[in-house]
Design a protein around this ligand. Structure first.
Ligand code: FES
Length: 170
């Protein structure tokens, strides 16, 4: 066995050096790109987000009124405009109630007093579903659950709506 050291040739030294520097430069260039692509996915969604409806609480009556509102939604790196609708009214105690218009049968859109014979009720034109003002489904019609409701926030006299939750009025 020989103790003779193998000298590194100039060619090998250049190879090692260029490989190391090249790898370092590639990592430095790629890391911001990878971070930019992955960052929105890793970001936690803001909990309890509320959206402006442009509706003054003072103008809300005991009669359900259609409120349309929209907001920008970020889904990872994709930004889209989302439009939503609510049926909004004040109950006997003066509390604001905002109901989702999505029928609990098969997802059609319900209307307050959607036709003759449906006075003081929400009506779903798809299969004749009916709901009371509180969102309670009328027995004997297709929906088997009450309309969902929005979380609400009142700030500076204006109505803000949040996520849709199961009906707590009924
Ligand atoms: S979808 Fe509303 S009654 Fe069927």
């Amino acid at each position: 066995m020989s103790d003779k050291k193998q000298p590194v040739s100039r060619r090998q030294f250049l190879n090692y050096t260029l490989t190391g520097v090249g790898g370092f430069m590639a990592a430095a260039m790629l890391s911001p790109m990878v971070r930019m692509a992955v960052d929105p996915v890793l970001k936690p969604k803001e909990a309890g987000e509320f959206h402006a409806t442009g509706t003054e609480v003072a103008n809300i009556t005991k009669e359900p009124t259609r409120v349309d509102f929209s907001f920008e939604q970020k889904d990872a790196w994709y930004v889209s405009e989302v439009s939503k609708t609510a049926w909004v009214y004040k109950n006997e105690d003066g509390d604001v109630i905002a109901l989702s218009p999505i029928c609990k049968h098969l997802g059609c859109i319900v209307k307050w007093e959607g036709g003759s014979g449906h006075e003081n009720r929400y009506y779903c034109p798809c299969h004749g579903g009916l709901y009371e003002k509180s969102g309670e489904n009328v027995p004997g019609t297709p929906p088997l659950a009450p309309l969902d409701q929005y979380k609400i926030k009142i700030q500076d006299g204006m109505l803000y709506l949040g996520e849709i939750i199961p009906n707590k009025v009924v």
